[in-house]
Structures are given as C-alpha cells and as structure tokens.
Design a protein around this ligand. Structure first.
Ligand SMILES: [Zn+2]
Length: 310
C-alpha cells in the first residue's frame, strides 16, 4: 500500500489540475456514480495519512455570488458523507447540525491498494505478460479528463465521497483537545463573529444551527466584529459553543429532540421579534441567520462584511 510520501507524490500530480473543470469521466469503479463528477471543478487536493482527497465543486462566478448554492470560500462543508461507507474523517458523522444544507463542495477520498497509483496524462502499460502470456494493461478504476486537455488516471484504489478531510482534534469542537486559545485568537479578528464561527479550520463541527444558538446564548449580534467585543464575551461564546455542541450530541445519542432558543423562532425567549437574514462572506455561502436585535446588540458596526473575504 502506498505510504504517505507516495500519496503526496500522487497529490503533486493532481494539483496542476486544480481550477480545471471535468469534461469526461471513465473507469471501472462502481463505488461512485461517474456522472456526478461531470462539469465539476477540481478545487483542492490534500493528503491526510495515506489517503488522497480531491475536492470537487461547482465553479463560482461573480454573478452567482449571491446565490445560496454558490461555493463557500472556506473548507466549511457541512454535509454528510454521500455514501453508506463510513468515513474516517472525524468531523463527518458526529457533528450535530450538519444535515440541514446540501454540501457545495465534496471531497473524494482515495485509499490505495498494494499496487495503487495515480498517473497524469498517461496510461499505465503492462510491464510483463500474465501466466497465459497476455500483455494486459492495468485497468483504471477512474479516469478524469479536464478542460485543460489533460487527464488523471487512478489505479487499484477505493474511493468514497466525504464531507471534509481529516480534522485536527484541536479544531474539532467535540474533541477534548479543542484549542480554546486558538479559537479566541480567531474570533478576535476584525470580522463578523458569525463568519468566524463557520470557519471549519477553527470550529470544525459548528454548523448554522449551533452558530445561531450560541450567538443568542452569548447575547452577541451575528455581525458584531470580534475585535470590538470584550475578551470575556468571546470566551463565553466559546464556552457556549463547547457545551451546546456536547449537549446536542448527548441528546442525539438519546434520540432526544433539540430545543432551539432562536433558530427558526419568530420570537426570542423574552418575547422580542426575531430577525432573519442571509449572512455570509462576499462571494461565499450566505446562511440564514436568526437573531434578536434587542437581546443581541451590534458592536463594531461599519461595513461589517468588508475585509471578510479570504
Ligand atoms: Zn430578545
């Protein structure tokens, strides 16, 4: 089985195709539906352990930026694995609140067998005859042609769709190793806290429901700039994130329904009118956000969405 360094080389073969669109797909695999890859843009490639991950999504144009289906600019896919095969990505199935939105970027995970390999712009040829003396070329599991004219060929591998590559425990809101200091540092940036909370590289596992609920519990307006909020308020927000997520998971295990404080509500718990707005980074996914303008005062206003683009 190819070890990490070999898989990294596979990744370096795939990376020149990032940004290109799939024009033709072939191969013998039955593990994914080949048409699912058609017209998709290769957006990223990563190696975690011995697995290669390729991100596919719809290419985004400026005109489509306000479209809810447009591509998020982060690695914040929330959807669940699209296949029945269990994923090794810890953030995959365990994170609560992740089933409400269709993923806009999907990761295809490759796990290579003993003779697994990736080739770019060439087909593997038989190096020797088989017992009968036939020279049979290896059969590709997957061939992906791109609009740049090149192609990638994958041999002897298993593949499955998943929602996100391996997540560092320090970024996983459900892990005991979750790094609150790092989270505080990220939240202190001069950008709306509701956008930082959805950054899966810091708050992996936090989805739109959790975001709405913990902002309400911490009495923070979603568009408040993190840099304008007192540190103790941000610390309280992080504590709410950890406890709310853990409680949700506990309820989920007991098959108990979650009680929402603000999400999808018309009134807050004090009877104020709740507002609902689509909020997100420019050219990113705009997510419906519920908040109470009375309980959650805006701090650090101005053009809050400026400078939030990665
Ligand atoms: Zn209120």
């Amino acid at each position: 089985m190819p070890e990490g360094p070999t898989v990294r080389r596979f990744c370096s073969l795939a990376s020149p195709f990032v940004g290109q669109r799939v024009t033709k797909v072939g191969g013998s695999t039955k593990q994914i539906a080949l048409p699912d890859l058609m017209e998709q843009q290769l957006q990223d490639c990563q190696v975690h352990g011995k697995n290669l991950y390729l991100a596919f999504g719809c290419s985004v144009t400026k005109e489509k930026a306000d479209d809810v289906d447009s591509q998020d600019d982060g690695k914040s896919d929330e959807g669940c694995s699209l296949t029945g095969e269990p994923s090794t990505a810890p953030g995959d199935q365990s994170a609560p609140g992740t089933s409400e939105e269709t993923p806009v970027r999907k990761w295809l995970r490759f796990h290579f067998g003993l003779y697994g390999s990736v080739r770019a712009n060439e087909i593997a040829r038989a190096k020797q005859g088989n017992k009968r003396g036939d020279w049979k070329d290896p059969s590709p599991r997957l061939i992906v042609h791109f609009d740049g004219g090149g192609f990638l060929v994958f041999y002897n591998c298993r593949m499955t769709w998943c929602s996100c590559p391996f997540v560092e425990p320090t970024c996983d809101i459900l892990c005991p190793e979750f790094d609150k200091e790092k989270a505080l540092c990220a939240l202190s940036h001069p950008r709306p806290v509701c956008i930082t909370l959805m950054d899966q590289s810091v708050f992996s596992g936090v989805g739109n429901i959790i975001k709405n609920e913990i902002l309400y519990l911490a009495r923070i307006h979603p568009l408040s700039l993190g840099s304008a909020l007192p540190e103790e308020t941000l610390v309280a927000l992080i504590d709410h994130a950890v406890t709310f997520t853990a409680e949700w998971l506990r309820d989920k295990i007991k098959r108990k329904a979650l009680h929402y404080h603000i999400y999808m509500k018309e009134q807050c718990e004090d009877g104020h009118q709740v507002l609902k707005e689509a909020i997100g980074p420019p050219y990113g996914l705009q997510r419906l956000t519920w908040y109470c303008p009375t309980c959650q005062k805006l701090v650090g206003s101005g053009d809050a969405l400026q400078g939030t683009q990665e």
